[in-house]
Design a protein. Structure first.
Length: 288
């Protein structure tokens, strides 16, 4: 297991962590100033700043992308909606390729319409079948582009609206079905916030292996949690045994960045951006 205590060379910042404080171009510069070597930006932030501008900034600063957020959201109420999702995912692949991302993270979607408050139906089986088919179709394009897809299983509390893939086991089943040769084109993004509770986590990480482990996200689970979406804690402030999980991940062959991804409307998004980044650096050394 790597020693993170002396430096933060394996720290990445998911740009959602300071999106309330700064636009993306400022985030890039602030990270570079602090010797942070990688980020993972969101598509809306890239669109607001301009894809070519951000690509140029990344070249100028030397920052890498540990991932790109996000593709997915495959299920839809009708064929036209499913086609729009596929078209959007192909654009996401192309954007990720233009930014030289390590992978495109997939938040696969849940029941059509549930995210806006009105689910079109209640059949998770249908939604999961549409996720399978959507990833399969997107994989054809992503292989040609040379952009790996990383399925991110989300905590079961998001099964209805954001992701009907809720365990690492489910995500790996999809990988095995669609990429049985373990080519590296399809894998998983493992976020401790979503999977820390899973009694099968260690064995499924071992099953994933180096070829499937494309991204590793860290934050902490606050007790009590005040908001299930926007109350993630800073590493070390919650109940997740992050070093233990990182140990499992690295034992399975992962040697990439630990990406800090914190949504925090009641805490960290209210603090100065510099304080947030400096705390991420300190906690990456002490609590990851």
């Amino acid at each position: 297991m790597r020693d993170f205590s002396a430096d933060h060379r394996w720290l990445s910042i998911n740009t959602a962590t300071v999106r309330a404080q700064w636009p993306l171009d400022r985030i890039v510069l602030e990270c570079a100033t602090r010797g942070i070597r990688a980020i993972s930006p969101w598509r809306d932030q890239v669109a607001a700043a301009g894809l070519e501008r951000i690509a140029g900034l990344l070249r100028d600063t030397g920052l890498a992308l540990s991932g790109y957020c996000r593709g997915g959201m495959f299920p839809a109420a009708d064929a036209a909606g499913r086609q729009r999702a596929l078209d959007d995912n192909r654009r996401a692949v192309d954007e990720a390729r233009a930014l030289d991302a390590r992978c495109l993270v997939l938040v696969v979607g849940g029941l059509p319409g549930a995210l806006s408050g009105q689910a079109a139906h209640k059949d998770l089986g249908v939604a999961r079948a549409e996720v399978h088919d959507g990833i399969a179709a997107t994989l054809e394009h992503s292989r040609r582009a040379g952009m790996p897809l990383a399925i991110e299983p989300l905590h079961p509390m998001y099964a209805a609206d954001r992701a009907c893939v809720n365990t690492l086991e489910q995500a790996l089943d999809l990988c095995d079905a669609l990429d049985p040769g373990r080519s590296g084109a399809l894998g998983v993004a493992l976020d401790v916030y979503h999977v820390w509770w899973d009694p099968k986590l260690q064995s499924q990480i071992e099953r994933a292996g180096r070829e499937r482990l494309l991204a590793f996200h860290v934050c902490d689970w606050r007790v009590p949690t005040r908001d299930l979406l926007n109350d993630r804690a800073m590493m070390g402030d919650g109940v997740i045994d992050i070093p233990r999980i990182r140990g499992w991940v690295e034992a399975a062959g992962y040697a990439g960045y630990s990406e800090v991804e914190i949504f925090s409307s009641e805490d960290w998004w209210k603090r100065p951006g510099g304080e947030v980044l400096d705390t991420c650096i300190a906690r990456h050394r002490s609590a990851v």
